[in-house]
Design a protein around this ligand. Sequence first.
Ligand code: FPP
Length: 244
Amino acid sequence: MTPTDGPLHVAIIMDGNGRWAKQRGLPRTFGHREGVKALKRTVEAAPDLGVETLTVFGFSTENWRRPMAEVAELMGLLKAYVESDLDRLIREGVRVRVIGRRTGLKPDILEIIDRAETRTAGNSRFLLQVAFNYGGRADITDAARRFAEQVEQGRAKASDLDEALFETMLSTVGAPDPDLIVRTSGERRISNFLPWECAYAELVFQDVFWPDYGPDHLGAAIAEFRARERRFGGASSDDVLAAG
Ligand code: FPP
């Protein structure tokens, strides 16, 4: 049995902002704003729950299909989050990394991402990865293109490629794979979130809309994770003992 008590990488699909707002007769953007508050609560609580890496899905490559005003709101919220919290994140030893495609993002958003990454680059206590303009298939495709370019330029051979090398081409390079993927709001899908990285992750689905999320929910998800046995394709420890 693989121990489940070490430092964790938890990845969260923060779903249900729109439904939370609709239930209250409010515009969807209100749900996203409350969602940022939930994100702050969750980031703050995570280290004490044994989490060392937290990855959150802030904006997917598919989210461009939403009404322009909602897209603008989500962009603005990323900016506002960094502007209001960057100093605190730096003080608390949090390294921020934004994963996803940079193409299509406006200069002010690129500038804020760059500022957050540069100013926290020296931190190592906690890694906060924000998936923004992120899609798992897009990330894998970009990685394949990067490798193909190296082959074209004569810097690599096709036979060099193995899983370890391929991983260095992904935007998550250097981060551990997620141990636990959480999705809120009762939906039970992965939705193109970290498809390569979550190959062996445990999945926990919680029936709470993201704006209502907080430390207790994260604690419950982690408790469920810790009660599970992870085998990574091997046999359970009981079976190994029984087999002598
Ligand atoms: C899903 O809810 C949530 C999102 C598409 C965005 C998540 C964003 C935040 C929590 C706030 C912004 C944070 C950052 C880092 C930018 P939904 O709108 O799909 O809800 P629904 O399924 O109920 O409609």
